[in-house]
Design a protein around this ligand. Structure first.
Ligand code: AHR
Length: 645
């Protein structure tokens, strides 16, 4: 039996040990590395895919779902029809979207009309202007009256306007609506008031205020959240959607340019991908197409990184391989011409006609997404040959498949080296332990091979895969390894980007939104802290002469920003104890009183929500250094960025 004395003694030893543990100071040295490690100016970016209602129903500001009545097998999905309404195709104004509606009013008490439900409702704000447009014709020579209404979720009329369809030729009609109050779940009703019939096609409703005031533009708040990240690159349009479950269902950029009315609607593969998140009303209108993507990149100041299909459909699905690769390669070459070609070139002319005679200055292209097996390197080789022959400066991005390691990963990396592709896209959706154990992942990567594009990654905090602070902390810790190895890791993009709270398929996601609001996740703030403080060259940061890659739960890296004249330190304390660190700058000359410390911390389980968006947000305080050192207390489970002049 333990005596009381022994218990007391043990307790004292424990307290003494705890005090020692708390008082241990980590002496961290920061100096110039032997060989300069430049940080790419576009290193941290975003990956955009139309998943979770990310484009249609999200970033793309269009408020009408199924605006051209061409959802496959369900031409009136999203529309409630009453009275006499039929789907027609004869004499359609847009041959690639052949359906239109015929509304006939024969005087029945029911009336005749259609109501659009929007994307889980139509979000409208009091006093703002909304631009409604549609194509219509009267099918006899008589003019027809229509009443257009915005109806609230409580079934009240929020705005209305009367219009006349005057001609029996197809024509475009436009009008503005301004709702009397705000409602995230409004509807649009078009009611035929005259006797007789009209044909109706491509009904569109846009907020007047779009990002940068662009026509056919982006939802202002969502695009602004992207701009606030200061992304260096913008990868689009996917992901799995460029692969398609079959080759026929792949994303084809040529279908996404030219007049929006004639861009053929495509079923979104995410509408049936996950049975537990079945979303049968998810289609791609292509309204946010490649022209709009390039324009958005320009507006964001980000380099465009378009991805094209490599002649292989999703290998988790059909694994279909094309018989003739030539058209796929031609699509890639034509895409470069569309982005950069002169206004007299075939595709440059189309860009100019769409409103952008200046080139978009595309510098890189992704070939394929998550491919594996021998076909991929074979196809890639042919793409590279054709692209480099015509565009020798274009950066070509290959792939190491869907996994972060394993047989296929190793095989593909060897192949990527053999082909000498410029960058290799790596994907890792992994648990917290993986992120915490992988901060040294790139320390031993081959410096002579292709560079790394960490193209899709996110910490999946099981079981709920929440955008918890813990997931963000693990990513922050891991990313010190990206920064330290900026000579190998040239680009990095978290994934996926957007998710509609009422229509998502995949989580975690960086930004969540409903029809009127958005919330930036803790993961968003980690990405933002890195992107805003990326620096221009990496420094050598060590503890006990070793990189800090998780010893006692600490992870750190440092960069110099030569343009802003700053030394920046990023440090994550993932342990449950607070830590005292002493940064030693004896080799650097620093301004003692012009520093700041930015901290991100909170309960590990917590995630920001639409109702509580500020639970986990960066906080900032001024700091000063004494002598040639900076002493800092790092709270348990916290991430910090120190910025010193
Ligand atoms: O980001 C979601 C999906 O994850 C992407 O479409 C795909 O590339 C990956 O498997």
């Amino acid at each position: 039996m333990m005596t009381k004395k022994l218990i007391l003694l043990l307790a004292c030893v424990c307290v003494a040990f705890q005090t020692w543990a708390q008082e241990q100071t980590y002496e961290i040295s920061i100096k110039k590395p032997k060989k300069e490690i430049p940080v790419q100016s576009n290193m941290y970016g975003v990956f955009f895919e139309d998943i979770n209602f990310g484009a249609d129903g999200g970033l793309y500001a269009e408020l009408i779902k199924n605006r051209s009545f061409d959802f496959t097998n369900s031409p009136t999905m999203g529309w409630l029809t009453y009275g006499d309404v039929s789907v027609e195709t004869t004499g359609a104004p847009f041959e690639r979207n052949p359906n239109y509606l015929r509304l006939t009013n024969s005087g029945l008490l029911t009336g005749t009309g259609v109501i659009n439900e929007g994307f889980r409702g139509i979000g409208v704000k009091e006093g703002e202007m909304y631009q409604l447009s549609f194509y219509a014709r009267s099918i006899d020579s008589e003019a027809k009256n229509l009443r257009i209404e915005l109806i609230s979720s409580g079934a009240e009329i929020m705005a209305h306007v009367d219009m006349e369809v005057t001609s029996d030729d197809w024509g475009k009609y436009s009008v503005e609506l301004s709702p009397a109050w705000t409602d995230p779940h409004a509807k649009l009703r078009i009611d035929l008031r005259s006797l007789g019939s009209i044909d109706l096609e491509h009904v569109s409703l846009f907020p007047e205020k779009t990002f940068k005031g662009r026509e056919n533009g982006m939802r202002q708040d969502l695009a602004q959240a992207l701009a606030d990240l200061k992304p260096g690159i913008f990868r689009f349009p996917g992901g799995c959607i460029i692969e398609g479950n079959s080759l026929e269902m792949r994303y084809q950029w040529k279908n996404s340019v030219g007049p929006v009315e004639n861009r053929p609607v495509l079923e979104n593969r995410w509408n049936y991908e996950f049975q537990h998140r079945f979303t049968p009303d998810y289609f791609q209108s292509y309204g946010l197409g490649f022209y709009e993507y390039f324009l958005l990149c320009e507006d964001l100041g980000a380099d465009a990184l378009p991805v094209v299909n490599c002649g292989i459909a999703c290998q988790y699905a059909t694994e279909e391989v094309c018989e003739d690769l030539e058209p796929y390669i031609q699509d890639a070459l034509d895409l470069i011409e569309f982005a950069n070609g002169s206004v007299t070139s075939t595709w440059g002319k189309i860009r100019a006609e769409m409103g952008h005679p200046e080139p978009f200055n595309m510098k890189m292209i992704g070939i394929g997404n998550e491919q594996w097996g021998e076909d991929f390197p074979n196809h890639l080789e042919q793409f590279m040959k054709a692209i480099y022959a015509k565009y020798p400066d274009m950066l070509v991005i290959g792939s190491s498949g869907p996994s972060a390691d394993g047989e296929q990963f190793d095989y593909l990396w060897d192949e990527m080296k053999r082909l000498d592709v410029d960058l290799v896209d790596e994907h890792y959706y992994k648990d917290p332990e993986w992120f915490l154990n992988s901060a040294d992942r790139y320390d031993s990567y081959d410096r002579k091979g292709p560079k790394v594009f960490a193209g899709e990654y996110a910490c999946h905090d099981h079981p709920q895969k929440k955008n918890s602070f813990y997931s963000a902390l693990c990513e922050a810790a891991f990313m010190t390894g990206l920064e330290r190895n900026a000579d190998v890791v040239h680009l990095a993009t978290y994934a996926p980007l957007f998710a509609h709270v009422d229509a998502w398929q995949w989580k975690p996601d960086m930004i969540w939104f409903d029809n009127l609001r958005l919330v930036k996740s803790a993961n968003y703030y980690v990405q933002q802290l890195y992107a805003h403080h990326k620096g221009t060259r990496a420094m050598d940061l060590t503890w006990n002469k070793e990189n800090l890659t998780g010893q006692d739960g600490l992870y750190a890296s440092s960069v110099i920003d030569d343009e802003k004249d700053q030394l920046i330190i990023k440090i994550a304390n993932t342990s449950k104890e607070s830590k005292t660190v002493n940064f030693d700058f004896s080799k650097l000359k620093l301004d003692k009183n012009s520093g700041k410390q930015i901290t991100l911390m909170g309960d590990l389980e917590v995630e920001n929500t639409l109702d509580n968006p500020d639970w986990i947000v960066p906080t900032e305080k001024a700091i000063s250094i004494s002598g040639t050192t900076l002493k800092a207390e790092l709270e348990p489970e916290s991430f910090h960025v120190f910025v010193l002049k």
